[in-house]
Design a protein around this ligand. Sequence first.
Ligand code: ADP
Length: 280
Amino acid sequence: MSKFIEIQDLIFAYTDESGMAKCNAIDNVSFTVEKGSFLAVIGKNGSGKSTLAKNINALLLPTSGTVLVGGFSTKDEDHTWDIRQRAGMVFQNPDNQIVSAIVEDDVAFGPENLGIEPEVIRERVDRALENVNMGAYKKKAPHLLSGGQKQRIAIAGAVAMRPECIIFDEPTAMLDPSGRREVLDIIEELHKDGITIILITHFMEEAARAERIIVMDDGKIEMDGSPKDIFEDTEKIRALSLDVPPATELAGRLRAKGIDMGEIVVDEDDLIDRLTGSGK
Ligand code: ADP
């Protein structure tokens, strides 16, 4: 696999009104993200997750260090649009991301700004709406849709740009449980289609669905590994003011009652396999 994102010695400090740098929101972070992989980023509030995401998308530029996206440095302003086209972002609040009164116009907004032919745009919009299972809502008004549906329209808008990577910044934080499930299922589908996924979330069961998790604390990377590696170290996770996924918690309690649960469990499917003896 090739590297899609390469971050080297990244420091980012917000500045106050007088231009003075405040303390580092990102404090000397280096890591790479493989093309086509699914990375989750977790960490307590204020740990630097959003700031990191915005540095990848060139919405913020490094105070020092480098961020390369698809080989382009975010500092190279000639390539800002190349970077934003390759690495799209989906934010927490779907209402803030919807700009048009009709679903299909909203999804077309990004490609229109790229100056793509109308014919091609129509095809991309249809495909993107199918990707998020919203094809039937093409002519509808976004404000009539549920939160989960609106978020799927925002995702379709990102997909219509044909990005190589989508960075999701707490995309399910404002959704009800069914909306959350819909959005997570779409994210997994996009990953299967080959899109590189970076998912910032405060739901541990969502992070458990990624291939790799980075745990941030105070602007630094504190842990980096597979969901099993990360959630196995319950003590450290709790010390970072986080929790383990509900399935891991339940398996731990069953283990404490003397039930043989085998190795660490991170999701419900694992848990069911262990309890029914089918996954050992
Ligand atoms: P997270 O996404 O993990 O909650 P953030 O990246 O939003 O963390 O914030 C990291 C740090 O940067 C926090 O200390 C936060 O207060 C600070 N911060 C975030 N946005 C701004 C801003 N626009 N101006 C100044 N400080 C900010």
